[in-house]
Design a protein around this ligand. Structure first.
Ligand SMILES: [Fe+2]
Ligand SMILES: [Fe+2]
Length: 361
């Protein structure tokens, strides 16, 4: 999809949802069909990101069910066939926001795909359920790996919302700086490098503008902390670009456009209009980076990138289901959960379904 056509589709998606045309869209996940009761449950918490000092910044709850091979096979098959839309709350119990079948009970265990579940694993699989303790959804630019997530709720106030905006815009500067260095080392075409450098400048401007709005609404802007990371392989760069760029920046561009059209505060709307325009370009840039990196991946790596992008859509779906407070909707134009999910569904249908490869089975 070219830059012009992606911008047009994003504009259409936002216009359709803004005019109520998205009302007919189904945001309900399909029913899971026949499922058996789950087995023994174990519980725990883990930190999602850690700062350079090793201090946990964001803690998630998780719980794991040990399930039979047949049950794992059934779930993995349905996940693959239904595009990762199984209702996790129904499978894992109340509060679950993400869920996946894994070969072991740990977070780092390998995901089971349809083929794996039915052939590779002997007798046991694990249904891994997760609930984030950070509330409210904020999609604002790409996050660098190792970013220390903040525990503050961006839905707590208008100031908190813009403080988190500024924080994520600053984080996006770090992400683009790193990507530019890596792309240069990998011999990326000069036009791609030039666009990456421009994106860094864009994110710096966004960060300053969002920071000014945060201070206007009496909130302090937090520093960005990114834990030290080692040199990355092409596969890891492609994985981050797929999730943070192709999925989240594309949605972020639509969300920014929506907010620019609905914010009642004149200065907020002005800032958001500029950000929305830049984010459309960043979304398009992510797709072009993905196409360039794709040529350097093997088949297994491509399948894993694709699987991660599908998971990122599922993650967004549960994040966007949190209803923002009326004050945020009015002043900052933040979409309701219904409008946000409708935009996501339209992007899935009109953009991602055309270009994302189906995960290998
Ligand atoms: Fe961006
Ligand atoms: Fe931005």
């Amino acid at each position: 999809m070219t830059r012009g056509s992606l911008a047009r589709v994003i504009g259409c998606v936002v216009a359709a949802v803004s005019q109520g045309c998205g009302d007919g869209l189904s945001t309900e996940p399909p029913t899971p069909g026949r499922l058996e009761p789950s087995g023994a449950r174990s519980d725990g918490t883990h930190s999602k990101y850690e700062s350079g000092l090793g201090e946990p910044k964001c803690v998630d709850e998780y719980w794991v069910y040990e399930v039979s091979r047949d049950y794992g096979c059934l779930l993995a098959t349905q996940w693959a066939e239904r595009g990762y839309r199984l209702p996790c709350g129904q499978l894992c119990g109340s509060g679950a926001e993400t869920c996946v079948v894994k070969e072991g009970p740990e977070r780092a265990s390998q995901h089971i795909s349809r083929g794996d579940a039915c052939t590779t694993f002997a007798s046991t699989a694990f249904l891994y359920c997760e609930k984030s303790l950070v509330r409210g959804c904020m999609v604002e630019g790409r996050r660098p790996s190792g970013l220390c997530a903040r525990a503050d709720d961006p839905f707590a106030s208008v100031g908190a919302w813009f403080a988190e905006c500024a924080h994520l815009e600053s984080a996006a500067v770090v992400a683009f700086e790193r990507l530019t260095i890596e792309a240069t080392a990998l011999g990326a075409p000069e036009d791609l490098l030039e666009r990456l450098r421009r994106a860094q400048d864009d994110e710096r401007r966004h960060s300053i503008a969002a920071g000014e709005l945060a201070r206007r609404f009496d909130a302090a802007v937090p520093d960005v902390a990114v834990e030290h990371t080692t040199e990355r392989e092409v596969f890891q760069i492609a994985l981050e670009n797929g999730v943070e760029g192709v999925i989240r920046e594309t949605y972020g561009a639509a969300a920014a456009l929506y907010r620019s059209m609905h914010a009642r505060d004149a200065r907020v709307a002005e800032v958001l209009r500029e950000i929305a325009s830049d984010e459309c370009e960043h979304a398009s840039l992510s797709w072009d980076v993905a196409r360039w990196l794709d040529t350097q991946l093997n088949a297994a790596e491509r399948a894993e990138v694709s699987r991660s992008m599908h998971q990122a859509i599922a993650d967004l779906r549960r994040e966007l289901a949190v209803e923002p407070p009326p004050e945020l909707r009015r002043i900052a134009g933040v979409p309701s959960a219904r409008a946000a999910l409708a935009m996501l569904a339209q992007l899935e249908e009109r953009v991602w379904s055309l270009d994302l490869r189906v995960p290998a089975t």
